[in-house]
Design a protein around this ligand. Structure first.
Ligand code: LLP
Length: 429
């Protein structure tokens, strides 16, 4: 059975929450990001309960980069989530939304000393990605005795695209396995109190093997560090990467088996190395928000050139993933939900680049100008990666909760295109 994306339909129309996507598009105009609050809450609870029913000290640090909308962060704050922040901007945003500093983990890459200082002053947990960062943190006033964590590269490569693999020999992230003992010892010598170890192998992983391998490797590294350096870990953080189906041919992760296998392995390694019972951390991004949002875009041009195109009112500035990674995003016609596919057509954006395509040769119902397309799984790495390229203001984003609707980002205007810019007066003469 092809994966059905759990869509609701009524009278040939796509329903989001309890509302007709076509009416939302009429009222709030297109292109429009529409997020379903219930889905975010359900995703969080589904994943959290799957882990927490097998180990009672679980923390989920939502990877804010996936979707940094304030409303989304607030919903997850309300659910009890922690935050994985990768920049001072994300720390600032999380604090603004109401996350207390002890619920924020800062995992930066190639961070400046000023950024480390900002993180330190904010009181968040700092997860260091290099010896350089460790040394520079120690030069900052008041860091003596500070609790820190270190990111290791477990040499497992996984992810949907080369750009999204964060473990393995080519990765710029983390420290090497063979230097872990030395680095933790150095942390102690510099006056820190190391309490955590972190790894993250990649994004959009739908099989359990890479995770199992990474957990096993990291636990062996942590076990060695515990034994040889005498570190009592308060937490072990296994990163994110839990995939969701993007194509109808893909299946959801079997959460029950997946979490059981991982937690069993985690527990057996804790026992093997006599490491007590530290907190188990994961950092899901996509899994919590990916399927909760759609991008509504209207067909304005049907063109039969050397190929057949349906041209829509946004482009890769609005949703980069198809152009950037060649990612598949399923697309449905929000006003023709019961119609079968009858033709293969390219769905093209409105930017002046040939790579600006949402789909090539996509089987679709008969498309006409005025049809409303819903690009699915636009909740993760979508708005957060958007740009104004071609001077196209970014779209609005609305939050739906059953019958309630709120605008959580206003549509940008032309003036937003120049925000912060100025022309030097000498050029105005
Ligand atoms: N933790 C760390 C340290 C990360 O770097 C990431 C994602 C995550 C957690 C969350 O990964 P997730 O659970 O969402 O897979 N722009 C790409 C994805 C880049 C992921 C970057 N790091 C895309 O659109 O597929």
């Amino acid at each position: 059975m092809p994966y059905d994306f759990n869509l609701k339909t009524e009278n040939n129309h796509l329903i989001i929450g309890d509302l007709d996507a076509n009416q939302l598009a009429e009222e709030y105009k297109t292109p429009l990001y529409v997020i379903d609050e219930e889905k975010v809450r359900n995703n969080y609870n589904k994943l959290f309960n799957a882990f927490n029913s097998k180990y009672d000290d679980v923390h989920m640090c939502y990877a804010a980069k996936a979707n940094t909308s304030l409303a989304v962060l607030k919903i997850l704050e309300d659910e009890g989530s922690y935050i994985d922040a990768v920049s001072p901007g994300e720390i600032y945003t999380a604090l603004l939304v109401g996350f207390s500093p002890d619920r924020i983990m800062f995992t930066g890459n190639n961070v400046t000393t000023e950024e480390l200082e900002y993180a330190h002053k904010s009181g968040v947990t700092i997860n260091l990605d290099s010896i350089s960062a460790l040394e520079r943190l120690s030069t900052i006033e008041g860091t003596e005795g500070k609790e820190i964590s270190i990111r290791v590269n477990p040499m497992v490569e996984a992810g949907h695209h080369e750009h999204c693999i964060t473990g393995g020999p080519k990765s710029k992230f983390g420290i090497r396995e063979d230097e872990a003992v030395e680095v933790y010892q150095k942390a102690i010598d510099l006056g820190f109190k190391p309490i955590g170890m972190h790894s993250h192998i990649g994004s959009e992983i739908l099989e359990s093997e890479p995770f199992m391998l990474a957990v096993e490797t990291m636990m062996n590294i942590a076990g060695k560090v515990h034994k040889e350096v005498g570190i009592d870990f308060k937490f072990l953080d296994f990163g994110g990467g839990f995939g969701i189906p993007y194509e109808p041919t893909e299946d959801e992760l079997n959460l029950e088996t997946f979490t059981k296998d991982i937690i069993n392995l985690f527990k057996s390694k804790l026992e093997e190395y006599n490491m007590g019972s530290p907190s188990f951390y994961v950092e899901p991004g996509r899994f919590l928000v990916g399927n909760s949002e759609v991008l509504l875009t209207r067909v304005n041009t049907i063109k039969e050139s050397y190929r057949k195109f349906a041209g829509v009112d946004c482009g890769f500035g609005t949703l980069q993933r198809p152009t950037m990674y060649g990612s598949y995003h399923h697309i449905v016609v929000a006003n023709k939900m019961d119609e079968e596919a009858v033709e293969e057509i390219d769905i093209a954006g409105n930017l002046c680049e040939s790579g600006d395509l949402f789909a090539r040769d996509r089987p679709m119902p008969k498309l006409e100008e005025g049809d409303l397309l819903a690009i699915l799984n636009a909740g993760a790495y979508a708005y957060s990666m958007s740009s104004q390229y071609n001077s196209r203001p970014r779209p609005a984003e609305i939050l739906v909760n059953k019958k309630d609707v709120d605008v959580i980002r206003r549509r940008e205007e032309f003036s937003d295109l120049f925000a912060g810019q100025s022309i030097p007066t000498r050029l105005l003469k």
